[in-house]
Write a protein that binds this ligand. Structure first.
Ligand code: GSH
Length: 205
């Protein structure tokens, strides 16, 4: 199987981290979706990365679908609990972290894909407000626990991966959002995640 993606996309990073944690082999095929020569739509009509092309040629898209599939491929490092409240909690965190990413991406696209005349500060402010509202909720919900979901030290899950990717993307593209200043629990989590090889090897570039 191969993963079509880029080294800067936080959604691709989610999939790459899950591949690494689960020790799955997968070729990364780099694609610039914004280039006029992009061929991503041959595999994903939506023109977005990540896109996982399975060995039978079937394409999977949207990072959430991809990581859920990857988790079924090996029992190593379960990323999603099989069922129940903890599975729901992981999905809750992933939706919140991905929502932060969606807002950040919309702010970024305003800078990179629109002319100065087309740009709307009101739109940027709206997205910025979502990020600023989500971070305290994440920090408070995490509290003093080791990981986003569950009480035990072994409960490293996709929730932590998704939150780590969101925080890493803020650092990468929006260093002015000084999230460390007022979110000590997220800082603690992020520092711990950054020490994992899967995170260190996929720092956005
Ligand atoms: N919800 C999707 C979002 C994917 C996404 O928006 N990827 C960006 C790159 S970071 C992209 O390919 N954008 C191209 C476009 O919107 O046309 C996911 O989780 O995979």
């Amino acid at each position: 199987m191969k993963l079509i993606g880029s080294l800067s996309s936080p959604y691709v990073r989610k999939a790459r981290i899950v591949l690494a944690e689960k020790k799955l082999d997968c070729e990364l095929v780099l694609e610039d979706v914004w280039s006029p020569d992009a061929t991503i739509q041959q595999n994903n009509p939506l023109g977005k990365i990540p896109c996982l092309v399975m060995d039978d040629g079937t394409s999977l898209f949207d990072s959430r679908v991809i990581v859920e599939y990857l988790d079924t491929l090996s029992p190593v490092s379960r990323m999603l609990p099989a069922a129940g409240r903890e599975r729901l909690d992981v999905k809750w965190w992933e939706a919140l972290a991905d929502g932060v990413l969606d807002a950040c991406l919309l702010m970024r696209l305003e800078q990179t894909q629109r002319t100065p005349e087309q740009r709307s500060q009101a739109w940027v402010d709206r997205q910025h407000g979502k990020v600023l509202a989500a971070l305290p909720l994440m920090d408070k919900t995490l509290g003093d626990r080791n990981w986003c979901v569950g009480q035990h030290t072994s409960n490293y899950t996709l929730a932590d991966v998704a939150v780590g990717c969101a925080l890493g993307y803020i650092d990468f593209r929006f260093p002015d959002i000084a999230w460390r200043d007022s979110h000590p629990n997220l800082v603690r989590l992020y520092d711990k995640l950054s020490q994992r090889a899967s995170f260190a090897d996929t720092v956005p570039a």
